[in-house]
Design a protein around this ligand. Sequence first.
Ligand code: FES
Ligand code: FES
Length: 164
Amino acid sequence: MGTHSIKLTINGKHYVEEVESRILLSDFIRENCGLTGTHVGCEHGVCGACTVIVNGTAVRSCLMFAVQTDGEEIQTVEGLSQDGELTPLQQNFKECHGLQCGFCTPGILMSAQDYLAKNPEPSTQELKEMLSGHLCRCTGYDGILKAIQKTVDENKQLALTEGS
Ligand code: FES
Ligand code: FES
């Protein structure tokens, strides 16, 4: 089995690693880089638990090989909070009971972060459609939806305040 040298950045840290061509990005992130916040559920692109952001786009890391990310910039859930401060989205998940076991949470946070960056004022229906790409067996999605909706509302309020 051939190996390849790859260079990439994860959460601002540079990595140079020798990897087998068959290694999935999700396994590389967890096992080579020790970033176990990225969860692996189905390994078939269905559950969304493994979602990370590659060059500004949310992707399912179980559907990519690590070698495909040579030269890329990746953000995982560990890269969201800075200096121990939760992001507003994370804080709202906490306040709105957007998680129970937490298995689905990192993937949903990464998808929602990417989605809101590109669609700052989504409708509730659009948020539901975004969430339809993630499986959560615990919450019934209600708290998750509330947390994301609250973040949208806060962002709108902030934009109004800054514009006034
Ligand atoms: S583990 Fe990647 S989508 Fe389920
Ligand atoms: S909180 Fe348990 S799977 Fe979503």
